[in-house]
Ligand binder design. Structure first.
Ligand code: DGL
Length: 275
């Protein structure tokens, strides 16, 4: 254990690396720890109770590692566990620590992209069934209609390294066709799953040219940067060692292989056993 006080970045697996990539590019000065709970991923189809239990266990691990601030860079965990952790768990663990998610930052800005006032939100079943995006987007943009679509085959396709294959086209076209048939007026699509940026070329291919595709990495990085300016006391608690450490609850060889594709540069991880 060292004396660093890093920002913790959490995901069920590799997907959060697409968010981490944007955060590290914007704020390279801080120390970071990334944890992927690959041994129990994907979270997308799991119950509220299970996602909360797993996410809380990981958050407590980040706290033990010295993180004053943890970002749930996972839509499913943000949808199903964040509120309970913030409101029920944190006060009993350490009220001075903070856990933030990816849904609110996305909801705060997504209404600025649409002219037709109709947005498509693509996510896992867990994220879509939680209804979190409709609720949060309509708090900031009450006039925007939100059409959510779960894409349950996309995470397995990506996790199996098939995102560039011809086989992936079938499921990308199918879900997008279903969504755009239901609501042809959609002019903005939010990729509300941290894995989906890896399919962006295929998603582009099956959407009309005028439809904007919005990924979350830069949105979450912008929001975190604004948060740390507003909360200078939190920024002051973080250490500025420019380090990045990667941990997984499963096989490191597999994590490093996939993680490098998600992160865009070499990833070397260590395995962690959660107690
Ligand atoms: N990281 C998850 C998300 O953003 C997708 C992977 C999973 O289902 O665990 O929703």
């Amino acid at each position: 254990m060292d004396n660093s006080r890093p920002i913790g970045i959490f995901d069920s697996g590799y997907g959060g690396l697409t968010i981490f990539k944007s955060i590290a590019a914007m704020m390279p000065q801080y120390d970071y720890i990334y944890l992927g709970d690959n041994a129990r991923a994907p979270y997308g189809n799991r119950s509220f109770e299970t996602v909360h239990e797993y996410t809380l266990q990981c958050v407590e691990w980040f706290f033990e590692m010295g993180c004053p601030l943890v970002i749930l860079a996972c839509n499913t965990a943000s949808a199903k566990a964040l509120r309970t952790i913030q409101q029920q768990d944190l006060p009993g663990i350490d009220a001075s620590k903070r856990v933030l998610g990816v849904i609110r930052p996305s909801a705060e800005v997504i209404g600025n992209y649409t002219v037709s006032r109709s947005i498509g939100v693509l996510g896992t079943r867990g994220t879509v069934n939680s209804g979190s995006y409709e609720i949060e987007i309509n708090k900031f943009f009450p006039d925007v209609r939100v059409y959510s679509k779960s894409c349950p085959m996309w995470v397995p396709i990506i996790e199996n390294g098939e995102y560039a294959s011809a086989g992936a086209d079938y499921f990308v076209e199918r879900y997008l066709h279903e969504l755009m048939t239901e609501a042809p007026e959609i002019d903005t699509i939010l990729l509300a799953c941290t894995h989906y940026p890896l399919l962006i070329d295929k998603i582009r291919k099956y959407l009309p040219d005028h439809v904007k595709i919005v990924a979350q990495g830069e949105i979450v990085a912008d929001s975190l940067s604004a948060y740390l300016i507003k909360h200078a006391e939190m920024a002051a608690r973080l250490t500025n060692g420019r380090s990045m450490r990667f941990y997984t609850t499963d096989d490191t060889v597999d994590f490093d292989h996939h993680g490098t594709a998600f992160f865009g540069r070499q990833v070397r991880s260590e395995m962690v056993h959660l107690k």
